[in-house]
Design a protein around this ligand. Structure first.
Ligand SMILES: *Cc1c(COP(=O)(O)O)cnc(C)c1O
Length: 386
């Protein structure tokens, strides 16, 4: 399907709303029925009808159709956060006694679910180094229900081979879930490699303007139906009409924003790579990245987010450098219009800082929509203080 068609037309039936070009925010909780038969049909298949906005809503529906198509999937659910997409998809698929294999160091709220919540219900998780398929093979058990992936991750960018893991999972009747937030469906299409469920934090590139929190889950109609009726409806975690409207607005410009950020990232990285205060950079499409070949095979692009290792032995200097930057905000998240920096040292007491540990000297950088020269000038003056 043509991406221009998906972003501009798919799911939009303008005659239903006065031929308005922008879809309305259908701010209603409830929908009325003209016959008992219609109401019974809605009860029988709540996902495909409009019954109550905790489950479905016309503005949300337009967005869900577009996001499913972008991923090449049968269906999608948009949640009110990426974390609730993770939580609902995993919870709907496990029961007491089940086992999960997760890639090591997944997103914070994924591992907190695996470590703090699921054990209370008799579900255990094994973490594996996902750069080697053999680690998944060794960890798999008869009761393994889910293989949970995140490729690349958002600090050191290790990848998993999606096609190989999907094949292994199919042999063992295990469901695969991947967090695709870094790439978005524009730069990586997990379903094309046989992955069952793909999710993203839509807070990042889909929204794109740092003004709303949401998550997307895509997959087969059958799996999505199960997750919808057994988790999303119960936890009340489907997104709202207004948030869906903001996300539709963000989606219109997704390809141009990623294209622009790709170019800027390339220019900024070239500057940083040759700077004497930068020990190394970590970015999945960099020529020194250890899994470059796999990155090129399964990703059609990468942009925005990368990590720099600072050449310094001082916590204080890292703080000085960080706040000397005038155009990079110190903040979590990414994917918006504004550039960001998040040094690992910021999260630790100065006494705990150990310069011999490379991780302590890492800073995650996000390049937004500003001009490359504007950002490079800023980095250059701040690095002189390091
Ligand atoms: C932000 C993020 C999430 C969580 O999404 P929220 O919308 O913040 O709940 C999940 N995975 C990755 C990789 C993220 O960056």
């Amino acid at each position: 399907m043509d991406i221009s068609y998906i972003l501009n037309e798919l799911g939009e039936d303008r005659e239903l709303y006065f031929n308005a070009v922008a879809p309305p925010i259908m701010q209603t909780s409830n929908f009325a029925f003209k016959s008992f038969a219609d109401l019974r049909n809605a009860f029988a298949d709540e996902k495909s009808t409009f019954l109550y906005s905790r489950g479905t809503n016309p503005t949300v529906d337009i967005l869900q159709k577009k996001l499913a198509a972008l991923d090449g999937a049968e269906d999608s659910i948009v949640f009110n956060s990426g974390s609730s997409a993770i939580f609902c998809s995993v919870l709907a698929l496990v029961k007491s006694g089940d086992h999960i294999i997760s890639v090591q160091k997944p997103y914070t709220w994924a591992y907190r679910m695996f470590d703090n919540i699921l054990p209370r219900f008799g579900v255990s998780t094994t973490y594996v180094d996902g750069t080697d398929l053999a680690n998944f093979e060794q960890a798999i058990r008869p009761e393994t229900r889910i293989i949970y992936l995140e490729t690349p991750n958002t600090l050191t960018y290790e990848l998993q081979d999606l096609e190989a893991v999907a094949q292994l999972a199919k042999k063992h009747n295990t469901v695969t879930i991947v967090d695709n937030s870094y790439c978005t469906p524009l730069y990586q299409k997990p379903h094309a490699f046989g992955i069952d469920l793909s999710l993203q934090s839509a807070t990042k590139y889909i929204g794109g303007h740092s003004d709303t929190v949401a998550g997307v889950l895509t997959g087969s109609r059958e799996l999505l139906q199960k997750i919808f009726s057994e988790q999303a409806l119960n936890t009340g975690s489907v997104t709202t009409p207004f948030n869906a409207w903001l996300l539709l607005r963000g989606l219109r410009t997704l390809p141009m924003r990623l294209e622009r950020i790709t170019q800027t990232t390339h220019t900024v990285l070239a500057f940083l790579k040759s700077h004497p205060k930068i020990e190394r950079i970590i970015f999945p499409l960099d020529e020194d990245f250890p899994q470059l070949e796999l990155a090129k095979r399964q990703m059609s692009g990468a942009c925005g987010l990368f990590t720099i290792v600072l050449k310094t032995d001082s916590h204080e200097r890292i703080e000085k450098f960080t706040y000397a930057l005038k155009h990079f905000l110190v903040a979590v998240s990414w994917g918006g219009h504004e550039s960001l920096i998040l040094p690992q040292a910021a999260g630790m007491e100065p006494a705990a800082f150990d310069a011999t540990q490379e991780r302590h000297r890492m800073a995650r950088v996000y390049v937004g929509l500003e001009d490359a020269d504007y950002l490079i000038k800023d980095l250059n003056q701040a690095l002189s203080l390091l």
